[in-house]
Design a protein around this ligand. Structure first.
Ligand code: AQP
Length: 330
């Protein structure tokens, strides 16, 4: 079975539809035919301004949400990154293998640092920690959205270079990106990606939103004046985004939807999509609250996950330490 690894940041109270369709949906689907590890990457979340209490709580809420969405600790390893210190240990090694030039090419750093009052070294080295997350588990496939492709490329380069310089140590991972949902767009500005930090309140559909709020957001999504439900990414980015969302959430195809809505207006189309979305994600908030209510059980799941993850992580660290000339951890 291929090894799958992916992570998500606990940087908001709720994940959004872009996180789900770009990544989490694949996380759930890949659990059966792979050896999957999924991680709430709280160490990544401190690279921008944060409140420690809020971060601590959001990591739990994130884990509960993942469980509510169908991540199943019986079929995968679910854990919180800071509970496995080997991530930071490997990041240090990989940081010393990364050129300033290649690290400086990361476009997400450029975008995110432009939005910060204070830019940290941690934000700059974020992709190196991400490479460590992935390489630590000898990962074959990484289910992520398109915005992570460049970081994945760096992980591949670092794995390949380390292997060449010091001898075979890491599997070179492949991105697992589903084309149709690789970038879900902001509902109110379909030229931009849906994002926790840069979308306005109407542009980002949160999975823990109340079902009526979800309906409203879909119904007020920006479209165009043509009034024809037709896929055309360049000229009709709003409608095309909604078609991609509908096809994925409603388990159908864009072609079938175009045929179904031929001759119908955007009102019908958005109304139906609003129902499909509300039905699919309405229960997520309730289930998340249930997982959060049983604190002992959630802690048990996360501790068990971290223990299993650590067991795998130490094997890679032992190998990498030897190769690089370090003494083994005492
Ligand atoms: N709009 C999106 N469409 C498809 N996939 C997306 N992802 C994020 N936005 C979209 C994917 O979600 C996973 C987890 O993301 P993250 O926690 O690392 O956050 P991010 O990539 O920085 O994106 P966010 O959630 O919108 O946060 P900000 O506002 O900080 O940029 C990743 O696999 C990501 O590709």
């Amino acid at each position: 079975k291929p090894r799958v690894f992916s992570g998500i940041q606990p940087t908001s109270d709720s994940f959004h539809l872009g996180n789900y369709l770009g990544a989490l949906r694949q996380w759930v689907a890949l659990q059966d035919d792979s050896d999957a590890l999924y991680c709430v990457v709280d160490q990544h979340a401190i690279t921008v301004d944060h409140d420690p209490k809020v971060l601590h709580e959001r990591s739990r809420v994130s884990a509960a949400q993942l469980l509510a969405l169908g991540v199943d600790p019986e079929r995968c390893i679910l854990f919180i990154q800071s509970q496995v210190p080997e991530h930071a240990m490997l990041a240090w090694i990989l940081g010393s293998e990364t050129g300033m030039g290649e690290a400086s090419r990361m476009t997400q750093f450029k975008d995110k640092s432009a939005k910060q009052e204070r830019t940290t070294v941690g934000l700059f080295t974020y992709p190196i920690l991400m490479a460590a997350d992935i390489l630590l588990y000898q990962t074959d496939q990484v289910p992520v959205g398109e915005d992570q492709r460049q970081h994945l490329e760096l992980s591949r380069d670092l794995a390949g270079r380390f292997n060449t310089t010091y001898g075979k140590t890491f599997i070179v991972p492949e991105p697992y990106i589903v084309k149709e949902t690789a970038t879900i767009k902001d509902l109110s500005d379909p030229e931009k990606k849906m994002s926790k930090t840069s979308s306005g309140p109407r542009g980002c559909l949160y999975l823990l939103d109340d079902a009526n709020v979800m309906r409203k957001k879909i119904k007020s999504a920006v479209t165009d004046s043509e009034a024809q439900v037709r896929y055309d990414l360049e000229h009709k980015p709003g409608v095309s985004n909604l078609l991609n969302i509908y096809a994925a959430v409603g388990d159908t195809t864009v072609e079938k939807l175009e045929a179904d809505y031929a001759g119908k207006g955007y009102g019908d189309f958005k109304g139906d999509l609003a129902e499909v979305v509300a039905e699919a994600f309405g229960p997520v908030a309730v289930k998340t609250r249930e997982y959060l209510a049983d604190k002992a059980e959630l802690d048990r799941i996360l501790t068990a996950g971290a223990e299993k993850a650590r067991h795998l992580a130490t094997r890679t660290i032992d190998k990498a330490y030897k190769k690089i000339g370090f003494y083994p951890p005492a």
